[in-house]
Design a protein around this ligand. Structure first.
Ligand code: IPE
Ligand code: IPE
Ligand code: MG
Length: 251
């Protein structure tokens, strides 16, 4: 699959879905499906780094997923712990900086500690940002931002009249990260499941039936190629875009 290196999405977000169905298809337990899903994470992180993607946000665990059977949540924590231990050196070698969004206080103390270590160790890397959404919910993120804004208003750190889209975005957990250009969701589901609700206002969506554990570099390239065939109009007309208004539109 040919992609154009000059028109890459700066930020790709992925809803990595279908581990459970992959396991059912192979007549094995859900947890083994998650384990296989971690391999796909490795593949995709490496591929994005190779291609030259600057930001990759992976939806690894939603706030709603925390309500799954205890055994499954425990296994997901274990796998996350294992991933961080195994991958930290590789992330370093590849110059990848690890960040997270979501409520990491809801994770186990060991995982939280490992995440803090990994974030500190990779803080100066600048080849790519790997942003893991863990215990993440888009609506929770927005409510949290609103509360913080109200507090800052009360303490006169900010004035009501100064609140605009840019300022609001700065209160979200993704502050400093550009909005996703491309969202990929695997496993044939056509919904966003409380992911990056504010940030995806103008994101291009790509849905595939491939189950996450089967997702490979070629699938990523297919998604990017599809993205490159689209015209992002941001509410304007094609003609306006051709007249090079594009830079003024994204604000
Ligand atoms: C995605 O796979 C991984 C997480 C949500 C943690 P699922 O576990 O949702 O897999 P399906 O949707 O049951 O197939
Ligand atoms: C979304 O998948 C969350 C992650 C991939 C981490 P879900 O499997 O939780 O989403 P729904 O329940 O099908 O909407
Ligand atoms: Mg699912």
């Amino acid at each position: 699959m040919e992609i154009n290196g000059n028109d890459l999405p700066q930020h790709i977000a992925i809803i990595m879905d279908g581990n459970g169905r992959w396991a059912a298809k192979h007549a094995i337990g859900r947890i083994r499906g998650h384990r296989k899903g971690v391999q796909a994470v490795r593949t995709v992180v490496r591929a994005c780094r190779e291609i030259g993607i600057k930001y990759l946000t992976l939806f690894a665990l939603s706030v709603e997923n925390m309500g799954r059977p205890q055994e499954e949540v425990k296994a997901l924590m274990f796998l996350l712990d294992e991933y961080l231990s195994k991958e930290i050196n590789d992330l370093q070698k590849q110059g990848i900086k690890l960040t997270t969004i979501g409520e990491i206080d809801n994770l186990t103390p060991q995982v939280k500690e490992k995440l803090l270590q990994a974030k500190t160790a990779t803080a100066d890397n600048n080849k790519m940002i790997l942003n893991l959404a863990l215990g993440y919910g888009g609506r929770d993120e927005i409510i949290f931002a609103v509360k913080k804004i109200i507090k800052d208003c009360q303490f006169s750190k900010i004035q009501l009249k100064d609140i605009n889209k840019k300022v609001f975005a700065g209160y979200l957990q993704t502050a400093g990260i550009p909005d996703p250009d491309l969202l990929i969701r695997t496993s044939g589901e056509y919904r966003i499941s409380n992911f990056l609700l504010w940030q995806m206002a103008y994101t291009e969506f790509y849905f595939t039936d491939v189950l996450w554990p089967d997702f490979q570099k070629k699938d990523l390239l297919t998604a990017i190629a599809d993205y490159q065939n689209r015209e992002r109009r941001f509410g304007l007309t094609s003609d306006q875009l051709k007249k090079n208004c594009r830079n003024n539109i994204k604000e």
